[in-house]
Design a protein around this ligand. Structure first.
Ligand code: FES
Length: 164
């Protein structure tokens, strides 16, 4: 499942060998092969059938690395980078558009962690570990409206006692 195809030649573009790209980005050659196989990056071939990467691919690979380190799945990284052209030099706006969604994802994660931290601090001060009242142990207590206690266990017991 490859992505955008590169033209056979890219006049005026500096082309880099896979060794050079690996050295500059810190990404192993095997990972570069994989990224290419799944369409995250693309290369063209030299006369000797060796991979050659346009220089702007360095930035794309760096963004893939950063996204991975942030825990963003490769499928999401690929989706974000899809509108960024590979066959021509991307503009600054292309890069900003591609990473805007990541900013939203990270912001949502930051808010969720802060909320969890608030709940944790409440529990540290409380210590009741109540399945009924503790918002950390039981954040969405949907069965609470049915009454107190272990609702599922009581329902199961009622069924067990029902005459057959
Ligand atoms: S331990 Fe009491 S509310 Fe979480």
């Amino acid at each position: 499942m490859s992505g955008e195809e590169l033209p056979r030649e890219m006049p005026g573009q500096e082309l880099l060998s896979i060794g050079s790209v690996s050295e500059r980005t810190g990404v192993a050659r095997s990972a570069l092969h994989y990224y290419e196989d799944v369409g995250l990056i693309a290369s063209l071939r030299s006369a000797g059938n060796q991979r050659r990467y346009p220089r702007h691919m360095l930035r794309r690979i760096s963004l893939i690395t950063v996204g991975s380190k942030l825990g963003i799945p490769l499928s999401d990284i690929k989706r974000a980078l899809e509108p960024v052209p590979m066959s021509t030099m991307p503009s600054e706006a292309d890069w900003l558009r591609a990473t805007a969604e990541w900013k939203r994802v990270l912001e949502a994660r930051r808010r969720a962690i802060e909320e969890l931290e608030d709940r944790l601090m409440g529990c540290i001060g409380c210590g009741c570990l109540s399945m009924q009242a503790c918002t950390l142990l039981n954040p969405d207590d949907a069965l609470a409206q049915e009454g107190s206690g272990a609702r599922r266990l009581e329902a199961a017991d009622d069924e067990d006692l029902r005459p057959t």
